[in-house]
Design a protein around this ligand. Sequence first.
Ligand code: PMV
Length: 308
Amino acid sequence: MALALHPHAEAHGKAIVLGEHSVVYGFPALAAAVPGSLTLRAAALADPRAPSTLRFPAWGLELGLDARSEHPVARACLEVLGHCDGPLTGWAIEGDSRLPAGAGLGSSAALTVALARLALGPQAPVEEVVAGSMAGERVFHGEPSGIDSEVAARGGLLRFVRGQAPTPVPLVAPLTLVVVPSRVGRSTAEQVAKVRARVEGYPTLARPLLEVLGRSVDQGIEALAARDLPRLGEIMQIAHELLSALSISSPVLDALCSTALRHGALGAKLTGAGGGGCILALPGPEPGDLVDAFVAEGYEPLLVELLP
Ligand code: PMV
C-alpha cells in the first residue's frame, strides 16, 4: 500500500455532445471534456491512523472517510483509495470544482479520477486511473458505462461505444461550447426508464429515433472534421428534437435552448439525461455574448474551450 497521497490532482468534467440515451442501446456517443473542472489537494494529518477527511465547500461536503460511513461520497472515496492501494487513513483532502454536482456533467467521475490520481501519482497510466475511478463510480451509479470516467481522465473529445475502448476525436481547430445548468434536478435512472417505456410501448416508433440519434454522432464528427460548425449546430438541433420526441426534454430545457438560439448559438440541445440538468450550446463567432445573455438571466454558464 502506498503510504502517501500526492499533494495535488485535477480532472475534467464532461458534457455529452451527441448520442445520450441512444448510447444505452449500443449506438455511439460523442462526449466533450469540461477541462480542468475539479482539483483536489491532500495534506497529511498529524495522526496517520486518524480517518481521512474530505472538505469540498463548493458542494457543501465535509466528511470523515470512515469505513463505517454510509455516505455514498465517503464510501466511493474509500473504494477508489482501496482499489489504487492508497492510504485509507491519515489525510486531509480538500476539493474545489466549477461543476455543479448531480447535473449530468460528470462531477462524481471527476472527483474519483482526481482521487485516483492523488493515490497513483501524475505519471500513472490513464487506464489505471480510469479503473480506480470506476471502483468509486459503481458506488454512485451501479454499473455505469464508463464514459464519464474516460472523459474525466483523458480530456478532449471522445467517441464512445458501450463496452469498447473510447476513440479520441481529433480537432482541426479550437472548439468552444457553452454549458448552461438549468438548476433543475433530475434522476438519470428515471430518465433512462422513461426512454425504456417508450421503446417497449412503441418499439416501431421509438427505435428508429434512437437509431437516428446514434447516426447523428458520426455526422456530427464529420461536420467537425470539415469545420462546418453551422452543420454541427443543425445536427445538435435535430438531436434535441429527437430527444424531445422520446419525452426527455422539459419546458425549462426547451426555453434555455431557445434563449441560446436567440443569442446567436448555431445549435443548442439538452445534454445528458434530460428532464433537468444542463443544455449545451454551440456558440457563433461571439461566445461571450451568449455567456453574457445567460448571466443576465441569472444562470451560471460554463465556457468550455477544447484545443486541437
Ligand atoms: O447522468 P447524465 O446526465 O450524464 O446522463 C447519462 C447519459 C445517458 O445516456 C442518459 C445514460 C447512460 O448511461 O449513458
